[in-house]
Design a protein around this ligand. Structure first.
Ligand code: SF4
Length: 567
């Protein structure tokens, strides 16, 4: 769901195949896209939900399916059972942040551990960034965890522990909360709809015109009167059918929703383009069920994750297939093709587009409908930007600790930028086109500057290359190792650093890439074990570099890394 999240740069969210996890890093990049000037022309009927009865039927079918088929997920349980509104909002918020760019199956374990460790905003606010990074390690996009914690601290210290109650305030006040997350929190944890209009005298002045929790504000409702929706109308009406509140609910748009809506309404233009994004948000806001906004939003995402999947949608099992125009189009195309085969004149009109020239929602002329793709003609998105290629030299420094266990030196990355604050083996970026010897020299220089002393290039052992693809970087780690003998005392004044055992390494806030690097070293060590087991000199430092030390002598790392004395 990666690219779709980029699409979501304007307010979207994730959306990938196997889970709600998948797409929107960028969707939260802006606080919404409504700020552009100019009102676009209304879209053609093909792309609209213009029939209120159809909208009502779609809501009913989707919610009935969701009630029966939804997956049991821990955050859904909390959203329903947690009585405290702040804790409920926090539980939903954490899940929404974790699910960005990450599959549901992966998130469940992280989510459970997180909520166990920090069950409240207050608990998270008191945690250190190091603890947050440790628990987040492996989820990727580490800034998400950092911002989540920053926002929790803000809620506790500046908002008296009260989560903002409206989508607007959530976006305005909390770092890392964009249009999608705000909509998800308010709809799922508050069941929130907004009073966009009221009948005079029917709403508490305390609440109007602020958004409200649906069941709390209208005096008619609070007095015990029954309010209900008139099908196809945004008005919530009293028992006599008098409109009381004009409700506007909060839809959500993530990668899954993009896919479902584009198929339901044959939207084939670039799904990351502003006109399409705006249309999809408008559509989601219009469709969302006023009485069960949270369930409806989750149902739409669930449909995209489990039925209307990117490559193999299960149209036969789809609860809204009767409302799907992509499916209708496929059926028409098939009917047309079979009539042509039989030599009959086509009675089904050719449905190439919506009939509006230059429609901003139809596929471009350069990318016409492809019959072989069926409904997966929709959605379409601009070609993904290729990640930039980078190389980094990395050195796994290892030693035997006091109890004989192997230990590794890790250093902390800067507090901003890629993988901010995480720990890694000493690493240095490489300029393109360097030969291996040159790469080795760059790494030696780095270690030397870090240790403040000359380092023997020959003591570095080449392990191999490890590739890790970040969202925007294709990173190749050129891995070396250096084994240190003797009881080494760390002597570093620069970046924070520490020696860790393998177990401690895995529990530390290290990236997945660094775990791959360690695995490569361990693999190499395994291949070299056996007859030559323990023979570090053969594969490591030059004779004399480390072995010239008397047993038990305390060495500083600087001393150890110093080039061997000339004979
Ligand atoms: Fe998606 Fe098929 Fe359902 Fe249409 S009918 S919404 S393409 S699963």
């Amino acid at each position: 769901m990666g690219p779709l999240r980029a699409a979501a740069a304007r307010g979207l969210r994730r959306g990938g195949g196997g889970g709600r996890g998948a797409a929107p890093a960028a969707r939260e990049g802006t606080k919404g896209s409504a700020a552009r000037g100019g009102r676009p022309a209304p879209p053609a009927a093909l792309h609209l939900f213009g029939d209120p009865a159809e909208v009502e039927a779609l809501r009913g079918s989707l919610l009935a399916w969701y009630d029966e088929c939804k997956r049991d997920l821990p955050w859904r349980v909390l959203a329903v059972t947690e009585p405290d509104v702040n804790r409920r909002a926090y539980a939903v918020w954490v899940s929404e942040i974790m699910l960005q760019q990450t599959q549901v199956a992966t998130v469940i374990d992280y989510y459970n551990r997180w909520m166990q460790k920090w069950p409240t905003l207050q608990a998270l606010a008191e945690a250190s960034l190091e603890e947050v990074n440790e628990l987040w390690a492996g989820l990727g996009y580490y800034s998400r965890g950092k911002r989540l914690q920053e926002a929790a601290r803000k809620v506790v210290s500046e908002l008296a522990g009260q989560m903002p109650r409206t989508a607007e305030d959530l976006q305005k006040l909390l770092p890392g909360v964009g249009r999608y997350t705000a909509g998800a929190i308010t709809s799922i944890s508050y069941g929130q709809v907004r009073a966009a209009g009221v009948r005079r005298g029917h709403i508490s002045p305390r609440c109007h015109p602020a958004p409200l929790l649906a069941r709390s504000c209208c005096w008619a409702w609070r007095a015990g009167g029954s309010l209900s929706f008139v099908p196809g109308s945004p008005w919530l009406c009293d028992a006599s059918g008098n409109p009381c509140l004009w409700l506007q609910a909060t839809g959500v748009v993530d990668g899954n929703v993009i896919r479902v809506l584009c198929r339901l309404r044959c939207i084939g233009a670039d799904s990351s383009s502003p006109p399409v994004i705006d249309r999809l948000w408008a559509m989601a806001n219009a469709l969302v069920d006023r009485s069960r906004p949270g369930d409806f939003n989750q149902a739409l995402m669930e449909l995209g994750a489990t039925v209307c999947t990117p490559k193999a949608p299960l149209c036969g099992e789809c609860p809204v297939k009767q409302h799907c125009r992509a499916r209708l189009r496929v059926e028409k195309e098939l009917a047309l093709a079979s009539r042509k085969l039989l030599g009959k004149l086509p009675v089904v009109p050719d449905v190439e587009d919506c009939g509006v020239g230059g429609c901003p929602l139809c596929p471009s002329a350069a990318e016409p409908w492809d019959s072989s793709l069926g409904v997966t003609n929709f959605p379409r998105k601009a070609a993904k930007k290729q990640p930039r290629v980078e190389q980094t030299a990395t050195c796994v420094l290892e030693r035997r600790g006091r109890r004989g266990a192997l230990e590794y030196l890790i250093v902390q990355r800067p507090s901003s930028g890629l993988l901010a604050g995480l720990w890694e083996f000493p690493s240095v970026p490489l300029a393109p086109g360097l030969q291996q010897e040159q790469q080795r020299e760059v790494l030696v220089d780095h270690l030397q500057a870090w240790a403040g002393q000359p380092v023997a290039a020959g003591s570095l052992r080449f392990i191999g290359e490890v590739v890790h693809v970040f969202s925007h970087i294709h990173q190749t780690y050129v891995v070396y190792s250096l084994s240190l003998d003797g009881d080494v005392t760390l002597d570093l004044a620069s970046s924070p650093s520490r020696w860790v055992t393998e177990e401690e390494f895995r529990a530390s806030a290290v990236s997945t890439a660094m775990k791959k690097v360690l695995r490569a070293c361990e693999r190499q060590r395994g291949e070299e074990s056996g007859p030559a087991k323990g023979s570090k000199r053969k594969r490591g430092a030059k004779p004399g570099a480390a072995g010239s030390t008397r047993p038990g002598t305390q060495l500083s790392l600087r001393t150890f890394l110093r080039a061997p004395n000339p004979p």
